[in-house]
Design a protein around this ligand. Structure first.
Ligand code: UD1
Length: 375
């Protein structure tokens, strides 16, 4: 197939390009090379030489109208991705993500083309908190944790009836959608718009809800990226990772090549057409464990600093229930945490990164998006 990958020069997009090229698909990348991710403004060296490349923004109708008639499938990865940043660059995030996708769909439905598959990068962030169960009353919906609780360092969600700490459970696709950031609400918009237009126009469409993706090429100097890249750039500069809350919050870290494999499966198979599917491992790793395991893998004896403070809108735990994607696409995560981390540490050793985390944290503080808890 001829495949258009928007955001194909980015962290996840470029791995999808590699997987497509390995399967002999022909690839065109559309990427704006945003300076926050690509400070040099040049086509990254890691991007497969076999991929065609167009520098441009998904918000340019002319470019989309030129590219879409030339492809059989569209894999839409282009997006602004900083959760914290989305809370103060609201217009830009909604414009790039929601309107960018609206324009893509507008062109897809108005220009003659033969596109037979549309994949959209969705996110676990749309769930807000993951699924929980109270030992006494069963499944409980957690909306927001209360600020008073977080200030008192009661980080674990609890049952308001029984005052018992809730147990997290794997989050299925049927869980209610409760975005807690502008970024998350744009991801929900993208997912809903693509599935809706796909259904209306008979374009097989799949939304893949990525959990916490990590791996080589994640932009290290971007302080708005995921925790692994942030801790990686801290450790690389011999600075301690800074941990919000008590470090007991758990996430589901899925390797970027497993994400690329899920995209390939959704492209080549029909099992998930019309659906939104989780893409995560189902295995929890706490943030404290991330800091410790990464330091060990990088052979640095640097202990993390527990800030105790919290970020507004952060969730406590969210781990994937991945039964749907296994059943529908035969996908299964192949890269274990220890192998993925060892490879990531080896990659980090080849990199230099400017550590801009202090700046980003200051920015959150100035905007009151980082709050202090009592000691
Ligand atoms: C969010 C999004 C997710 C997105 C990811 C990367 C939500 C629920 N999910 O995930 O879709 O892919 O960002 O953009 O919005 N942490 C620290 N110290 C740091 C940085 C982070 O302790 O320096 C902690 C955070 O407080 C959080 C955890 O690490 O508890 C994970 O943070 P992060 O990597 O930003 O990802 P999420 O918020 O899970």
């Amino acid at each position: 197939m001829r495949v258009l990958v928007t955001g194909g020069a980015g962290f996840i997009g470029s791995h999808i390009v590699d997987a497509l090229v390995a399967r002999k698909h022909r690839v065109i990348v559309l990427d704006s090379l945003h300076p926050q991710i690509h400070p040099t403004g040049r086509r990254p060296a890691y991007l497969s030489a076999k991929a065609g490349f167009v520098r441009g923004d998904v918000r340019t109708r002319r470019i989309l109208a030129d590219l879409i008639p030339r492809v059989d499938a569209v894999i839409h990865q282009a997006a602004r991705v900083g959760v914290g940043q989305s809370m103060y660059e609201i217009n830009e995030y909604v414009d790039a993500n929601t309107r960018g996708t609206a324009l893509l769909l507008d062109v897809l439905t108005s220009v003659r083309n033969r596109v037979k598959k549309l994949l959209i990068a969705s996110s676990m962030s749309i769930y807000g908190e993951g699924s929980y169960r109270c030992p006494s009353c069963g499944p409980v919906q957690v909306r927001d944790r209360r600020e008073e609780d977080l200030k008192r360092r009661r980080f674990e969600p609890y049952c308001s009836r029984h005052r018992k700490i809730l147990r997290w459970e794997r989050t299925p696709e049927t869980k209610s959608i409760v975005p807690t950031s502008i970024y998350a609400s744009t991801k929900r918009d993208q997912e809903e718009m693509c599935l809706m237009i796909g259904r209306a126009y008979g374009i097989p469409t799949v939304a893949i809800r990525y959990f916490n993706v990590y791996g080589p090429r994640q932009a290290l100097s971007n302080p708005y990226t995921g925790v692994l890249a942030i801790f990686g750039s801290r450790l690389l500069n011999d600075n301690p990772p800074l941990i919000f809350e008590d470090g007991g919050q758990a996430r589901d870290f899925v390797h970027v090549r497993d994400i690329a494999a899920a995209n390939l499966a959704a492209l080549e198979r029909a099992g998930a057409d019309g659906c939104a599917v989780n893409c995560g491992t189902g295995r929890p790793v706490t943030v404290r464990q991330v800091a410790e395991d990464l330091a060990r893998a990088m052979v640095k004896s640097i202990r993390p600093v527990l800030l105790g403070d919290f970020r507004v809108g952060d969730i406590r735990h969210c781990i994937a229930d991945n039964r749907e994607i296994r059943r529908r696409l035969g996908w299964t995560p192949r890269i274990s945490w220890s192998n993925g981390l060892a490879e990531y540490a080896a990659y980090l050793r080849t990199q230099t990164a400017v550590d801009r985390v202090d700046n980003a944290i200051r920015e959150l503080e100035q905007r009151r998006l980082r709050r202090k808890s009592s000691r």
